[in-house]
Write a protein that binds this ligand. Structure first.
Ligand SMILES: Nc1ccn([C@@H]2O[C@H](COP(=O)(O)OP(=O)(O)OP(=O)(O)O)[C@@H](O)[C@H]2O)c(=O)n1
Ligand SMILES: C[C@](O)(CO)[C@H](O)COP(=O)(O)O
Length: 225
């Protein structure tokens, strides 16, 4: 079986509000994105890496690779307007039957163990969606109504990687974009496939706000030690 990893790095990092998009910020001496690619490169299944980047950042990325002497093989593809479009662009270069892991570039704390489990579960069940359970109490508040407690034992916080057999993924990504497509599982579910959750890790944070950088730096040191 052939294994691929689509690393989506086509975003602008608006919530971070810095001059440089967050995937290029340095953590422990190198860009966040390089840590993420390294994690996939360490997976024993040796996935082929497809990196999706905004077209205006391809040259910048090349320069960063030279500066950091970054040699992990990967193919660079142009990003799209939404994450959905970036994934779709990455998928276009994958031919034939395969297992494809889709992962946010800004989750550099992912471990090779979870990546491997994700490929194995997707090979067996069709897909594997990494998730953890909330530790806080949770409420839902609908417009015009009072808030209402939810049973947190029934709730999952969804992470990446989200890994699929190509038959599911390619069919799902033929659908037109919808606002509620916040991840790949929601796209594949809408196409009629059952979603299978895989136990994730709390350290696999998505770097979203500036405060996350300090935490990521601490967690990265912990991972390396
Ligand atoms: N058009 C887009 C938008 C997002 N992403 C990627 O999807 C991942 C998760 O998205 P998010 O954390 O929202 O990143 P940004 O879109 O960059 O952040 P923001 O929403 O704050 O602008 C990131 O690795 C981001 O680069 C992408 O490849 N293409
Ligand atoms: C894909 C994702 O990371 C799963 O938790 C998340 O949905 C991305 O959301 P964002 O708003 O694009 O950061």
């Amino acid at each position: 079986m052939k294994y691929y990893a689509i690393i989506v790095a086509g975003g602008k990092g608006n919530r971070m509000n810095l001059a440089v998009a967050k995937q290029f910020l340095e953590l422990d001496g190198k860009p966040i994105l390089m840590h993420t690619l390294e994690a996939f490169h360490q997976c024993v299944l040796n996935p082929e890496i497809i990196l999706v980047l905004n077209i205006h950042q391809h040259l910048f990325w090349e320069e960063l690779c030279t500066k950091h002497d970054f040699k992990i093989p990967h193919q660079v593809i142009k990003g799209g307007q939404e994450r959905f479009n970036s994934v779709k662009n990455g998928l276009k270069v994958i031919r034939g039957k395969a297992i494809v892991a889709i992962h946010d570039a800004v989750r550099p704390l992912i471990t090779a163990e979870v990546i491997l489990q994700s490929y194995q579960m997707a090979a067996e069940k069709g897909n594997a969606i990494t998730a953890i359970q909330p530790v806080d109490s949770v409420r839902i508040k609908r417009e015009g109504q009072d808030s209402e407690a939810l049973n947190r034992d029934e709730l999952y916080l969804i992470q990446t990687p989200q890994t699929f057999q190509t038959e599911q993924l390619k069919k799902a990504y033929l659908q037109p974009y919808r606002n509620e497509f916040t991840d790949d599982a929601s796209v594949v579910e809408r196409a009629g496939f059952s979603i299978h959750l895989l136990q994730g890790e709390r350290d696999n944070i998505k770097i979203t706000y500036t405060q996350d950088l300090e935490l990521a730096s601490f967690l990265l040191k912990k991972k390396g030690s």
